[in-house]
Every structure is written in structure tokens, then in C-alpha cells.
Design a protein around this ligand. Structure first.
Ligand SMILES: *[C@@H]1O[C@H](CO)[C@@H](O)[C@H](O)[C@H]1NC(C)=O
Ligand SMILES: *[C@@H]1O[C@H](CO)[C@@H](O)[C@H](O)[C@H]1NC(C)=O
Length: 803
């Protein structure tokens, strides 16, 4: 260290000191480094002051100072360091650091100013304010961006002060020391490579500050750099394409798939929202996408048959606006959820009953929207129907007849076609078609009875229904519509129509006239029932009509006929007749035929019972035994003739039997009876009387006419009338030309048809009244009725009868 000797200066008088002071300006200067150890010698003060060693103690050399940084060694007079001298403490940052020290001596008192310059030593290292520096740098900052760092401080000065910084080696940052306007220096971190939080989210650096001392001192600070996230990464889906197979039967709300995207950014930048991309299509109605979780959930029931596959684009977007997309493909898996369908493409519901087996009745097809086995369909038919299924190609089927059809037995069939698929479990559906069998005229009418017998009372009113035949025909419509007709009878063909008719519709048989038992007892008709099919079928039945069922006619005895006035004729029997001799045969008739007409003969009274027998049915009168001597020659038999009616009616006949060998024997008996008057003579008598009466009337009328003419001969009108009548008439006078209409007399002779009861009638048949002729009752053919109530004065009726 520098030690400069003080200038020579004698302090003679203390009072002169102030005067002398400037003379003493040449001060003693010492220079010492700071931080010398205690007791270190700064300099030999005594010598520098010109004092002897003896004087040091004798004159009590000492230093006066506020701080006892120095002391004087009394022995040697050296200025010693008495305390720690820290330049930084004493002088702060001043470059010159000098301490003023006063050295005082006594005897005589004298004061010396001493300057001790304190020199810096490198006793301080540069110091950072904080050991650790935390920085947050966004990863997105551009290259070259700087981050100012805190500078370090070194209280030392000049060479010993802070001189440089150093950064731990790294690839991202470099260090630049910059000057601040105040002349200080500060370090700055400069980005030399782009940060990526996703690669390295933090960096650790060490900053070292050096001074230039010798040896240099340094200190370090830890720099923690946190890379702040920037939204520099788009979300990334875990898969580009999500493929899911989903059974179509899943209920709405089923989780289909969870799409998941990750974003390497963090925090806000990594918050992802999911959404469907693109225009809303069907898939977006069917599925619901949870925008936060990425869950895709069914929203509606799925139907494989409708859509087999859904394709959706899903976008994942972070809160920045980076996004990515992925595809979600949902394959709907078929389940057997569709019943097979039967589609009748054509069918003829009208089938002729005579159709041959194998005739195609219907065409149908099956379809099942399911696929695979779920869509494979088989068909079956309801049992017990005469139909079967023929499979043709492509799920097309034919329904054909398989057996004989009969409309009358089964008029319609409900054919149920069942289609079943082969799913597990199988589904099926069925359709029923109603097939109507149409009629063919294959059934003939059938009469309800094998034959008909009717009894008709005689004198029935004409037009009365006497019977009804009926036949049924199970066929339909015209094929079963039966009409009746009479095709044959035992009546005369031309007369048939006047006897009976049959109603074609109802089968009612009408009598066309009043039957008379006596004329017609029975007749037989063949009634035909005929349907209206084509060709028509028919059936015949016989109808027997018995007239006179009412037993109102007693039997009539034809033989023996009663003699005139009720007396019976007689039969002669040879006296020698053997038993069993056929005497005579009673002949009775009954107007009816049949049972009523079954006559029986019985002897009611016999003058000699047992002599004669009468055949009950034959009416034969036979001798029962030979004639005895006591038997009378004349026998009388009263025989009853009964019919079989209910109640039976009977007639009696009286037989006069005479045993005689010749007719002469008998005659005297017979001539007892008066001669009956001759009916022919009676008739002639009445005719003569009638003719005479008419002649008299005619003459009277003629005479009256002539008299009237003569009396009124002057009247020209009357003369003209008669004159012209007489002159113009060339015929006989008694038969004038009645065409003028003055005398409408005409004569008509009616001859009765019944010969057994002859009757004659004269009556006028007035041409002017033709209607009256129609009123004549033809049933009373026994006589011609006169229209007596209409023209009484013009009618002259003469009836001659032997009654
Ligand atoms: C067929 O079905 C119809 C309608 O259900 C029914 O009225 C008819 O009686 C059925 N026919 C037969 C023969 O079963
Ligand atoms: C019915 O009778 C008519 C006339 O005798 C005959 O021509 C026809 O063949 C008969 N019909 C039947 C089905 O017997």
C-alpha cells in the first residue's frame, strides 16, 4: 500500500495553530485496503510526523476520531487498524473513499490531519434479489421475444462490481444483456426456439452473475419458466371412424357409441364440444349426441327395414375454434321384427263347383322385410279345405283346387293362408280369403213325396186349389228355381186343360171346373218339376186325384130296376133249381170310385129266410137250398146295398122271385097290376092341346089386325104401312118379314143332353138380346132357362116332361 510521508511541519505554538494550519496542508496520506485485520499497520505515523519514538509516548500521540477505527501504537508510533473497515459501509458507492483522521500530540499540543484512503477489495459477490425467478411464457410467443430478468447487484465497485451474466445451456433461450437508460445493465431472456407446451411445459434455467474480481465472484438464480398453453392443438378423435352394430330392437335411449376426442391443450383450450356436422339429415333425428360427453344415444326406434346404416359426421371443437371430425357409422342389425306379409295379387272368389282339381283360384306372394332367415317365408293352408298351395318362383304362390267342390254342401270356404318366417322366434301372419263356390245346375228338383194322392170333394168351386205339389232343388238361382207343369195325364189331352191346371210357381193344383163324382171319379196326372238351369233338370211325380171323397151319393141299384110306380120286376127260378143256382145278380153302382164305391150286399128281409143267399161283394143271388114243398112259389127278398163311405149310405132293392117252370105260370100274377099309361100318348095329347091353343091365339090376333085395318082404312099412314108390307112380301102372309123388327118372335128348340131325363122347352131367343143368351146356365142343361124376368110377354115357354 501507498505510504506517503507527511510534509515537515513544526507546530510551535498551539495558539498559532490556526494560523499555521494552511501551512500544514500537506497532509499525511495513507492508503489501505478495506477489511484489514485488526492491528494491521496502516503506517508509521510518528515518523511521518517527525516524532521520535520517545516523543510518541511523551507527547501522547494519539488519533481522535468519532469511530475508533485506528489507534496509535505507543511503542512504535505506528497507526494501527483498530476495527473492521468496510469500504461499502463507510463510503457506499462513492468511488473515493477517504477517512479524515486527526492525530493529536501534546507538549505542545499539535494536531495533524491524516487522510486514510480505503481501497476496495472484491469482498462481495454479485447478488440476485431472489434466488428463484418464475416466468410464464405463452407457447405461442414468436421467436425473438424477450423477457426482462431482474439484474443482480454487487456493492463492490469498478473491477469488483458485476460484470457479466451467464445462462445455463438450453435450446430455447438465449441471454442478452441490455443497457438501461440509467446506465445499468439488465439481462433479458430471448426466445430462440418456439416453445411447445405440449412437448415441454416448463423449463428450468440457471442464471449466473459474475463480477470481474480476481478471483471473480458469482451468484446464481434459478429461473422457472412455465409454458402457458395456447390453443394450438385441435382435438383429436380416438378413432377416425366409429363403426357400431346395433340391433334394431333397442329402445330409445340406448347408448350407441361414445365418441371421444382429446386435445393436447389444457384447460379452456382443451374443453371439447361435440356436434353433428353438416346439414341435419335423418340420422341426426334418430340419434342424440351429448355435446359434452360425446355419447351418441338413440332417440327413436330403429328399423332395419327402413334404414340399414346411418352415417354421421361428428365434429369435436375446442373452445378456441379448432375442430376435427370423425365418422360414425351405425349398422342396424336385423332382428326378426317384421311379420311376413301375404299379398293376394289376384283371386277369383267365384269358383264353379264343377271345377277340376288343379284349377288356379288365387295368386299371392309373400314378403318379409326382414333379411336372411328372418325373411324366409313358408306358407301353409288351413286344414280340411279342398285347396292346396303350389309354390312358384320368387315367393309367388298359386292356390289351386285340390278336390271336388260341391256348392250345395259347402257354398263358401274361408281359406286361411298362413305365412311363417324362419326367424327365432318365428313370426307369422295369415290372411283369410273367402271363396264362393258358384252354382252349377247339378241337382235335379226332388219332390217331397214320392207320389201324391188327393181327395177332392165333388161340386167343388171351379178354380179351387185342390192340391199342392212341391219339389226342392238345392241349386241356386235359376238352377234351383222350380216350375211345375203337367206333362202327362190319363185324361184326354184336350180335356185336361178344362179339368186341372198347376201353378208353375207354387205348384198349387187348381180344379178348373166343378168335378162330378159321377162323371169322373179319379184321374192321374204326372206333374213335372223343372228347374231353369241350362240344361234344365226335371223330376216327375204322379198325382192321383180322387173325386167324391164326400159320401153324398147312396148306391144306386141298377138291377133289378124298379118297375113303374116303384114296383119291382120279378125273376123266375126253376123249381128244380139246385142249391147254388145263380138266380140273378144285383148290380149296384156308386158314383164314387174307390173305397166309398166298394159296395156290399146284404139281405135285410126274406119271406123265406135261408132260401137265398146274396154274395156280399158280388151281389149274386143264389139258391141256398132246394125249393121245398112248403115253400111259397113267390118269394120276396129285400137286399141292402151299402157303400164303403163313412158314414155308409145304402139303398135297398126288392127282389121278386117266382118259382115257375114257364112264364105263363107267372103272368096272371103279373097282370094284376094296372097297365101303365103310355108316356108317348100323353106327350101327343099335350102337343095337340098346345097346338090348338096357339092356333086359336094366332087366329084371334089376325082377326084383330084385319078389323083394325078396316076401321082405319082412311088413314094413309096405316094404309102405307100395311100396303107396303103386303105388296113387298112375296112369302106367305102368315109369315111376314120380321126383319123390320115389329114382331120379335122366334122359336128355339132346346134338346137336353141328358137322355134319361128328356125335357123339351120352347123359348124365344131374342136376337136383340144376345147377352141374355150368355147368361144361360149351361150346368142346368136339363132345360133352357128363359130370361123371364126381362121379357115376360115375349116368351112363350112350353115344357113337356115325363116327370
Ligand atoms: C267366413 O267368414 C265370414 C266372415 O268372417 C263369415 O261370415 C262366414 O260365416 C265364414 N264362412 C265359413 C264357411 O266359415
Ligand atoms: C217325365 O214325364 C215326361 C212325360 O211322360 C217324360 O217325357 C220325361 O222324360 C219324364 N221325366 C223324367 C225325369 O222321368
Amino acid at each position: 500500500h501507498e505510504r506517503r510521508p507527511a510534509g515537515r511541519l513544526q507546530v510551535l505554538f498551539p495558539f498559532l495553530l490556526p494560523l499555521l494550519y494552511p501551512a500544514l496542508c500537506e497532509q499525511i496520506r495513507y492508503s489501505i485496503p478495506e477489511e484489514l485485520a485488526k492491528g494491521s499497520v496502516v503506517g508509521n505515523l510518528a515518523k511521518d510526523l517527525g516524532l521520535s519514538v520517545v516523543d510518541v509516548s511523551a507527547r501522547k500521540l494519539r488519533v481522535s476520531t468519532e469511530k475508533l477505527l485506528f489507534r496509535v501504537d505507543p511503542e512504535s508510533g505506528d497507526l494501527l487498524v483498530n476495527d473492521r473497515i468496510d469500504r461499502e459501509q463507510i463510503c457506499k458507492e462513492r468511488r473515493r473513499c477517504e477517512l479524515q483522521v486527526e492525530a493529536v500530540v501534546e507538549n505542545p499540543l499539535n494536531i495533524f490531519h491524516i487522510i486514510v484512503a480505503i481501497e476496495d477489495i472484491n469482498d462481495h459477490a454479485p447478488q440476485f434479489h431472489k434466488d428463484e425467478i418464475n416466468l410464464e411464457i405463452s407457447e405461442s410467443v414468436p421467436l425473438g421475444t424477450g423477457a426482462i430478468l431482474e439484474s443482480a447487484e454487487d456493492p463492490d465497485i469498478s473491477m469488483n462490481s458485476l460484470s457479466k451474466y451467464q445462462l445455463s445451456p438450453n435450446e430455447y433461450f438465449s441471454l442478452v444483456v441490455k443497457d438501461s437508460p440509467d446506465g445499468s445493465k439488465y439481462p433479458e431472456l430471448v426466445l430462440k426456439k418456439t416453445l411447445d407446451r405440449e412437448t415441454q411445459s416448463s423449463h428450468h434455467l440457471v442464471l449466473t452473475a459474475f463480477d470481474s474480481g480476481d478471483p471473480p465472484l458469482f451468484s446464481t438464480a434459478q429461473i422457472q419458466i412455465l409454458v402457458v398453453d395456447a390453443n394450438d392443438n385441435p382435438p383429436v378423435f380416438s378413432q377416425d371412424i366409429y363403426r357400431v352394430g346395433l340391433p334394431e330392437g333397442v329402445p330409445p335411449g340406448t347408448l350407441v357409441v361414445k365418441v371421444s376426442a382429446t386435445d393436447q391443450d389444457e384447460g379452456f383450450n382443451a374443453e371439447i364440444r361435440y356436434s353433428f356436422l353438416g346439414v341435419a339429415n335423418k340420422a341426426q333425428h334418430v340419434f342424440f349426441l351429448d355435446s359434452a360427453t360425446g355419447d351418441i344415444i338413440t332417440h327413436q326406434p330403429l328399423d332395419f327395414e327402413e334404414v340399414e346404416r346411418y352415417t354421421m359426421d361428428v365434429e369435436a371443437k375446442d373452445r378456441g375454434s379448432l375442430s376435427t371430425r370423425c365418422k360414425v357409422i351405425v349398422e342396424v342389425l336385423d332382428e326378426n321384427d317384421n311379420n311376413p306379409e301375404i299379398v293376394i295379387t289376384s283371386f277369383s272368389d267365384q269358383i264353379l263347383e264343377d271345377s277340376l282339381p288343379g284349377m288356379v283360384v288365387a295368386l299371392f306372394k309373400t314378403q318379409d322385410q326382414d333379411s336372411g332367415e328372418n325373411g324366409e317365408v313358408t306358407c301353409s293352408l288351413s286344414r280340411d279345405t279342398p285347396f292346396k298351395i303350389h309354390s312358384s318362383s320368387n315367393n309367388y304362390y298359386k292356390l289351386v283346387t285340390d278336390g271336388a267342390l260341391d256348392r250345395e254342401r259347402t257354398p263358401e270356404y274361408n281359406v286361411t293362408i298362413t305365412a311363417t318366417d324362419r326367424g327365432k322366434p318365428p313370426l307369422s301372419s295369415s290372411t283369410t280369403i273367402t271363396l264362393h263356390i258358384t252354382d252349377v245346375n247339378d241337382n235335379a228338383p226332388v219332390f217331397h213325396q214320392a207320389s201324391y194322392v188327393v181327395h177332392v170333394a165333388e161340386n167343388n168351386p171351379p178354380g179351387a186349389s185342390i192340391a199342392q205339389v212341391s219339389a226342392s232343388d238345392p241349386d241356386l238361382g235359376p238352377n234351383g228355381r222350380v216350375s211345375y207343369s203337367i206333362v202327362a195325364s190319363d185324361l184326354e189331352p184336350r180335356a185336361l186343360a178344362s179339368y186341372v191346371s198347376v201353378s208353375a210357381q207354387s205348384g198349387v193344383v187348381f180344379a178348373q171346373r166343378a168335378f162330378d163324382d159321377e162323371q169322373l171319379r179319379a184321374f192321374e196326372l204326372t206333374v213335372q218339376a223343372r228347374d231353369q238351369g241350362s240344361p234344365a233338370l226335371s223330376a216327375n211325380v204322379s198325382l192321383r186325384v180322387l173325386v167324391g171323397d164326400r159320401n153324398d151319393n147312396a148306391p144306386l141299384v141298377l138291377y133289378p130296376a124298379l118297375g113303374r110306380y116303384g114296383s119291382a120286376l120279378f125273376d123266375t127260378v126253376p123249381r128244380a133249381a139246385q142249391p147254388g143256382y145263380l138266380v140273378t145278380k144285383l148290380v149296384g153302382v156308386d158314383a164314387y170310385s174307390g173305397h166309398n164305391a166298394w159296395l156290399s150286399y146284404q139281405v135285410l128281409q126274406a119271406s123265406e129266410p135261408g132260401l137265398f143267399s146274396v154274395g156280399l161283394r158280388t151281389g149274386e143271388v143264389r139258391t141256398a137250398r132246394a125249393l121245398g114243398d112248403r115253400d111259397a112259389a113267390r118269394q120276396r127278398l129285400l137286399v141292402a146295398v151299402r157303400d164303403g163311405g163313412q158314414p155308409p149310405l145304402s139303398a135297398t132293392a126288392t127282389l121278386l122271385l117266382v118259382f115257375a117252370d114257364s112264364l105263363q105260370e107267372v103272368l096272371p100274377d103279373v097282370s094284376d097290376h094296372p097297365e101303365p099309361s103310355d108316356p108317348q100318348a100323353e106327350l101327343q095329347f099335350y102337343l095337340v092341346v098346345a097346338l090348338a091353343f096357339i092356333s086359336v091365339l094366332f087366329l084371334l090376333a089376325l082377326t084383330l089386325a084385319i078389323a083394325l085395318r078396316l076401321r082405319s082404312s082412311s088413314s094413309p099412314a096405316a094404309r102405307g104401312f100395311f100396303g107396303s108390307a103386303l105388296c113387298s112380301n112375296s112369302g106367305p102372309e102368315i109369315t111376314p118379314n120380321y126383319s123390320e123388327g115389329t114382331l120379335p118372335y122366334a122359336y128355339n128348340l132346346c134338346v137336353p143332353g141328358d137322355q134319361t131325363n128328356p125335357e123339351f122347352k120352347f123359348l124365344t131367343s131374342a136376337d136383340h138380346f144376345p147377352a141374355t143368351q150368355d147368361t144361360l146356365n149351361k150346368d142346368t142343361l136339363g132345360g133352357c132357362a128363359s130370361p123371364s124376368g126381362l121379357l115376360p110377354s115375349h116368351v112363350l115357354s112350353l115344357s113337356l116332361s115325363n116327370k
